[in-house]
Design a protein around this ligand. Structure first.
Ligand code: PBG
Length: 326
């Protein structure tokens, strides 16, 4: 049957109808909020390229974690930018290092808030790459994987509820799973940044995490933005290696990848609305060029509609408040 008998507008004519036939519903339950730890006390250092986001010392981080938990957002994702940076990523391996301190402090203050620890070497290395650098400048996969597994173990011992490897080395999920199991942490999930693209949208984040590479770029380990089939290969490998959740990152420019991944696996799919996606909306909103709340809710709805079960976003607490009508 076609028009005039068929009229899709019938179920669009009032808010009550639109609410009833809505296919995608955002909920704070699906959101994860990133936090950035820096050394010191009483430090609340705004990230200039991400209005509303600050680098926080551990004491301040605890305050924000409590505020986030109060909005109903169930999890945070922790990044650390330690002062000490060296070739071995010693600060990330240190049981008393910045990330370990922050994890312990957040868990003590908010035991029911889940804390995911981002696992990577870039914030703790002097060269800012996500793995160890060989003479000549290539990134050494297998030695990086060993270190990354040790970092994951360090963070889990400090209290992390999940580890999220964001380095894109081959085989790191398997190495982490084996080490965690051997050391008595078989119950700790791995959230794998499985399809992470070499994206220009990470620019603002690198200021927040102090993790810009000192030379070269990340294209020898992060994925080529042109590839979608390869994302399935990455995701299926990570699931086989033991990933409990898989991530697609960035989110907005990769909705097709999110959909294909959602259709290919049975584990939860996480999408990361990254710093550049956040800053674009912020910048346009500051100029009065876009309605911030409407734009944010539309992007997140699109990401969920594409197939994401969970979304990491710098807007998480604000969205939770908007959804609660506060
Ligand atoms: C580090 C890491 C990055 C992000 C998360 N973990 C940056 C990068 O790979 O250069 C990006 C997050 C964002 O842009 O919001 N491996």
């Amino acid at each position: 049957m076609t028009h005039p008998a068929t009229r899709p507008r019938r179920t669009r004519q009032s808010d009550a109808w639109r609410r009833m036939v809505r296919e995608t519903r955002l909920s704070p339950d699906a959101l994860i909020y990133p936090l950035f730890a820096v050394p010191g006390r009483g430090v609340r250092h705004p990230v200039s390229s991400m209005p509303g986001v600050s680098q926080l010392s551990v004491d301040e981080l605890v305050k924000d974690a409590k505020a986030v938990a109060a909005t109903g957002v169930p999890a945070v994702l922790l990044f650390a930018a330690p002062a000490q940076k060296d070739a071995r990523a010693s600060a990330a391996l240190d049981p008393k290092g910045l990330a370990a301190q922050a994890l312990a402090a957040i868990k003590e203050a908010c035991p029911s808030l889940l804390v995911w620890a981002d696992v990577c070497l870039c914030g703790a290395t002097d060269h800012g790459h996500c793995g160890h650098v060989l003479p000549g400048g290539a990134i050494d996969n297998d030695s990086s994987v060993e270190t990354l597994a040790q970092v994951a173990l360090n963070y889990v011992r400090a209290g992390a509820d999940a580890v999220a490897p964001s380095d894109m080395m081959d085989g790191r999920v398997q190495a982490m799973r084996r080490l965690l199991d051997r050391e008595g942490h078989a119950a700790t999930p791995i959230v794998s940044y499985a399809a992470k693209y070499a994206s220009s949208f990470y620019g603002p984040f690198r200021e927040a995490a102090e993790s810009a590479p000192a030379f070269g770029d990340r294209r020898s380990y992060q994925m080529d933005p042109a590839n979608a089939r390869e994302a399935l290969r990455e995701v299926l490998l990570d699931v086989e290696e033991g990933a409990d959740l898989v991530m697609v990152k960035p989110a907005g420019p990769y909705l097709d990848v999110i959909r294909r991944v959602r259709d290919a696996v049975t584990v939860p799919v996480v999408a990361y609305q990254v710093s550049g996606e956040y800053s674009l909306i912020k910048a346009a909103a500051e100029r009065g060029w876009i309605n911030e709340q409407a734009a944010v809710l539309e992007t997140l709805t699109g990401i969920q509609r594409a197939g994401a079960d969970l979304i990491i976003t710098y807007y998480a607490p604000e969205v939770a408040r908007w959804l609660a009508g506060r």
